[in-house]
Design a protein around this ligand. Structure first.
Ligand code: ADP
Ligand code: MG
Length: 243
């Protein structure tokens, strides 16, 4: 959608755990072809929001992808709508090759019996190339460095060409060079038409890679807008000083 319509609409979303309000009436929109940063101090509800959008946490309020409600739906249903995610902890099958790790995540279209494996192989190789790790295809999952595993896990997330990619701290634990590479990869995915919601706490990285930012603090949305504008907002500065 060249006009940049809205892809994801979060309206009045709340979630409590015992007495803790992890999300308190949070609303925002993510436009098509946008990299939207979700930031805020520790415990502000970022992961809970990612989990709500991917179906692993129930909420009150509404979350819609286009015109389809996805709140309180099963993770595989949401995945079927074209939403993919990576988890904070990387999980690859250690004894499978990298290529097989990505192939098992591929959903081959029905009615392609003869060429199903070839189809998955091609899709997996393409996803690995997008992440700059096609050269690792025949290594074992268990033989990769932490950073390489992260990129392979991202290849797994994009192998079905999702419309929306949910990333919870994708740069956590990565070294400087790889962090810059990751930022470039996200820009490249966006250029291919993917929309991205990314949790990140490194302000500099957020400023470099995000088109817009939503800021949470103690479950409340305290700001949203262009990165430079949001970072100068008194409410945001205060929230980060109080961390
Ligand atoms: P963030 O990702 O911004 O650090 P989280 O979404 O993980 O924040 O957590 C927000 C708040 O909700 C925190 O106070 C956290 O302890 C609480 N919380 C999150 N998930 C659970 C859970 N499964 N059970 C109990 N409390 C939780
Ligand atoms: Mg978190």
């Amino acid at each position: 959608d060249i006009g940049g319509g809205v892809l994801l609409t979060v309206s009045g979303v709340s979630r409590s755990f015992g007495g803790v309000k992890a999300l308190n009436d949070v609303s925002f929109e993510l436009r098509r072809g946008e990299i939207l940063g979700l930031i805020g101090p520790n415990g502000s509800g970022k992961s809970t929001m990612i989990n709500a959008c991917s179906g692993t946490v129930g909420v009150s309020g509404a979350i819609a992808l286009g015109t389809d409600r996805i709140d309180n739906r099963a993770p595989w249903t949401i995945h079927g709508h074209g939403v993919a995610r990576i988890f904070q902890n990387v999980r690859l099958w250690e004894s499978m090759t990298v290529l097989e790790n990505v192939m098992v995540a591929h959903r081959a279209p029905l009615g392609q019996t003869g060429s199903r494996e070839a189809h998955s192989r091609a899709a997996a190789l393409e996803a690995l190339s997008s992440m700059g790790v096609a050269h690792l295809a025949y290594r074992r999952g268990g033989d990769l460095s932490f950073g390489q595993s992260r990129l392979v896990e991202m290849a797994r997330a994009i192998v079905n060409k999702p419309r929306l990619l949910l990333l919870d701290e994708p740069a956590a634990g990565l070294r400087g060079g790889l962090i810059l590479e990751l930022a470039q990869i996200l820009q490249h995915l966006r250029a291919q038409g993917m929309s991205i919601l990314v949790v990140e706490h490194r302000i500099k990285l957020v400023m470099n890679m995000c088109d817009r930012v939503v800021v949470l603090n103690l479950g409340d949305k305290i700001a949203d807008g262009a990165p430079a504008e949001v970072m100068n907002s008194p409410a945001v500065i205060e929230a980060y000083l109080g961390e």
